[in-house]
Design a protein around this ligand. Structure first.
Ligand code: HEM
Length: 130
């Protein structure tokens, strides 16, 4: 491909100093894709099992309550909260707010803290921990 050598090159990824905003940006894509694939598959399985009768639903429940089902469930719930919080951050930035470096890093970190807290709260409620 022809390249005009007088034009500046975009800095390579490794040039940028790593920060929470980069992690949250990557996580937004990863969690969005995870919800749209694994999350959608789990939802379809749940609905199909519920529509197919007690035996199929029992199979689903035994998988969902096994350790692997719980690990996937915790992962999906965390992905949902992380994606939602970073999605709200995206929408705020889309109106032109929150670009100042320290503000930007602060809210990136807050999405990570918030998603961990919301996931823990969600599972405390689901498991009925008192
Ligand atoms: C289970 C529900 C959801 C699924 C499956 C989902 C999935 C996705 C996917 C696949 C993307 C594209 C990611 C990429 O390629 O960069 C995306 C982007 C986005 N999502 Fe979600 N999402 C969900 C819920 C939400 C919620 C609740 C919000 C909250 C406000 C949100 C806000 C956004 C925004 C703002 C973008 C665009 C980000 C950008 O400008 O690059 N999403 N979502």
């Amino acid at each position: 491909m022809h390249r005009n050598p007088s034009r500046p090159l975009s800095p390579h990824l490794t040039i940028w100093r790593w920060g929470p905003h980069m992690l949250v940006s990557i996580l937004h894509r990863v969690t969005g894709s995870g919800l749209a694939t694994i999350g959608a598959a789990a939802l379809v399985w749940w609905l199909a099992a519920a529509a197919s009768g007690p035996e199929a639903y029992g199979t689903f429940v035994s998988w969902a309550t096994s350790w692997i089902g719980i690990v996937i469930g915790v992962g999906l719930s965390w992905a949902f909260f992380q994606h939602t919080l970073s999605g709200i951050r995206h929408l705020v930035m889309d109106i032109g707010a929150g670009f100042e470096l320290s503000t930007n890093k602060f809210w990136a970190n807050m999405t990570l803290v918030g998603s961990a807290l919301l996931t823990a709260l969600f599972w405390f409620v689901v498991l009925g921990v008192k």
